[in-house]
Design a protein around this ligand. Structure first.
Ligand code: NI
Length: 439
């Protein structure tokens, strides 16, 4: 009679667990539920009918169901979850020596000690970051020890039925809709890369993936095929050949456009550190030309003060006013800054949120009004990794630069922007850090 009561209470217990577990289930998984619950009911009826037979009375069935889980790629290791339900006598002793019961076995299954749960794609187990998106079968099995006991000493007293779930790995950014990539919050992804099924795609300003074209980012030129897959990359700068960064301060000047036209003619780039008080609406075209040619735009304060003498708030205002003017007319923000007179202090460096670019070659164009002096200075000083200081508000300086460009190219120099040179030399520019050259 005790055995009967135990059996009844364990059935009630099993029901309770089952009810709890049913509540959690969702409608879309009805089919799976039907598969589990039906054989379950048959066993219940069967155990009632054959209550007299000791073997059947004590035979418990444990159902282990690994839940379907969803995660985003790069989300770390998948957190597998199992639901364990029991039909049968929880108190039944499986191992007379240790007193190990069905309930103990259930506890080990719930704790995961008795289970091995894996998820594999081919021969590769999914157990670390960086999965490919997709749906993967989860393989749930008993660890060898328990498997052996079930087949031998526990045989006829307890059965285990396993239902495997699946792992759905979703792209961490979003999903395709035609050639547009939409982020999970519904926004169209633009002007950035996305990685889908191991391939990288670039979404343009309108959110369409680039196909059959080239795209340059930093010093790298990417080539895309008709499906938008990157088929090749090439550096527009050879890191093994010498290079220079020509830099021009205090503009926009009257000669800046003339200089830009020369840069375009020779297909080279320079960096312009502009002073807010010299940026007028009428010069928007000059700024746009800089962007179009791939020149780098830098902030050179608004009123050209010595930043080391200003308060943090005053420095911020000097920077922000010029940022806003550049953004208004060029549609981009500066990527670097140069302090007037190359002067900063710790306080200034702490509030400047750009890499601070000084120079190692001063052409001293402010000491002369003769272009040949400036040209001599450039040609005698130039060496690989140099940052050369000039002013595009001075006609003789622009004249010297235009004369220097073909000579420097002839000497084998690549004429690049400050950030391109840093990247080519493997230097990560950091905000608030002062740089003089990239040897
Ligand atoms: Ni200046």
């Amino acid at each position: 009679m005790d055995g009967n009561r135990d059996s009844n209470s364990s059935r009630r217990n099993a029901y309770k667990i089952r009810r709890k577990y049913r509540k959690k289930r969702r409608n879309e998984r009805l089919l799976i539920r039907a598969c589990i619950v039906l054989p379950f009911l048959v066993v219940l009826v069967g155990s009632g009918v054959f209550a007299a037979s000791s073997i059947i009375t004590h035979a418990s069935t444990i159902y282990v169901e690994t839940q379907n889980i969803e995660m985003y790629q790069d989300g770390g290791e998948p957190q597998f979850k199992t639901v364990v339900t029991v039909d049968g006598d929880l108190e039944y002793v499986l191992d007379k020596e240790t007193g190990y019961t069905v309930a103990d076995f259930v506890a080990d299954l719930e704790a995961g000690n008795a289970l091995s749960i894996t998820c594999a794609v081919g021969d590769t187990y999914i157990d670390s970051d960086g999965y490919l998106e997709g749906s993967y079968a989860i393989d749930t099995s008993l660890v060898a020890d328990y498997e052996a006991k079930l087949m031998e000493e526990w045989r006829g007293n307890v059965n285990v039925e396993i239902v495997d779930g699946s792992l759905e790995v979703k792209n961490k950014t979003g999903y395709w809709e035609g050639d547009v990539f939409t982020s999970w919050d519904g926004a169209v992804v633009s002007k950035q890369w996305v990685k889908v099924q191991g391939e990288s795609y670039y979404l343009n300003e309108e959110g369409h993936k680039l196909t059959n074209t080239e795209y340059q980012e930093g010093i790298t030129i990417y080539t895309f095929d008709e499906n938008g897959i990157v088929t090749g990359t090439e550096n527009c700068i050879d890191p093994d050949l010498p290079m220079l960064a020509l830099t021009f301060d205090d503009g926009i000047g009257s000669y800046t456009m003339e200089l830009l036209e020369a840069l375009e003619e020779y297909d080279v780039r320079a960096t312009f550190f502009m002073q807010g008080s010299n940026i007028q609406e009428s010069e928007a075209e000059v700024l746009q030309k800089m962007v179009e040619l791939g020149c780098e735009i830098g902030n050179h304060s608004t009123n050209h003060p010595d930043l080391a003498t200003l308060s943090a708030a005053e420095i911020e205002e000097e920077m922000e006013t010029t940022d806003a003017l550049i953004y208004k007319y060029a549609g981009v923000l500066p990527t670097v800054m140069r302090p007037p007179y190359g002067s900063t202090d710790d306080e200034a460096e702490a509030v400047i949120n750009y890499p601070i670019i000084n120079w190692n070659v001063d052409t001293e164009d402010w000491k002369t009004d003769n272009s040949s002096d400036v040209l001599d200075e450039i040609l005698s000083e130039a060496s690989d990794g140099d940052i050369i200081l000039m002013h595009d508000v001075k006609s003789w300086s622009v004249e010297a630069a235009i004369e220097a460009i073909p000579i420097l190219l002839e000497e084998g120099y690549q004429l690049v922007t400050v950030s391109e040179m840093a990247e080519a030399k493997g230097i990560d520019l950091e905000d608030g850090e002062v740089y003089y050259m990239f040897p």
